[in-house]
Design a protein around this ligand. Sequence first.
Ligand SMILES: Nc1nc2c(ncn2[C@@H]2O[C@H](COP(=O)(O)OP(=O)(O)OP(=O)(O)O)[C@@H](O)[C@H]2O)c(=O)[nH]1
Ligand SMILES: [Zn+2]
Length: 225
Amino acid sequence: MARKGPPRRLAQAKLPTPFAVFDMAVYQTEDGKEHLAISIGDLGGLPPLVRIHSECLTGDALFSLRCDCGFQLEHSLQRIATEGRGLVLYLRQEGRGIGLANKIRAYALQDQGHDTVEANETLGFPADARDYSLALDMLFDLDLRRVRLMTNNPRKVDALQSGGVEVVERVPIVCGRNPHNETYLTTKADKLGHILNPLPAASRANSAAPPDSPGSPDSPDAGDS
Ligand SMILES: Nc1nc2c(ncn2[C@@H]2O[C@H](COP(=O)(O)OP(=O)(O)OP(=O)(O)O)[C@@H](O)[C@H]2O)c(=O)[nH]1
Ligand SMILES: [Zn+2]
């Protein structure tokens, strides 16, 4: 992705939601894209809950059941509201970084039988074209160096840890499974390494995480569904 320089914080205001009143701040990158930091409470002190959410117009705004994005976004805001403290970074990396039109092209290929990874590759893209350096820049801007990351994706954990933000806990966010996204979720687990079936804490120590995942920051509590 062509992104130079750190993002600039442009504007901030309150964001009232059904769950709580959040603070939102807009960051702009040099490519002109606008990203959001949505937070509540004082983020200093103990590591807060953080969700790094990649834009999914169809799931986040249009109730699509093809994926789990909208459910995860709602769950994150709800859980952060319940804790009274935390942050959602809403990154404009639509379609795992390939953009909306290409994601819809990938959906069309999936309707013909390709899985989500094959569809990206058939279009000439990597399976996942996202770049988390932007998330790191935003976390640094917010003075956050230690977080409890809400994700099922070990690559996100790796990206933060190798960029200098410690993930003290990976909090599973397993929700929204339905007949329309069953195959998609299975592919994410099989080919992209997502951890979608948290085991009971006692038996999880050496299992669910794929070989390249850090494993240790897993949350002791299982994800909900
Ligand atoms: N290219 C492509 N992008 C997709 C597809 N389905 C969802 N997305 C995008 O995938 C991104 C979300 O990524 P996911 O793999 O669902 O989840 P994640 O962010 O890696 O991991 P979690 O933190 O566990 O949610 C969003 O940008 C969606 O627009 C698809 O079939 N093809
Ligand atoms: Zn989605």
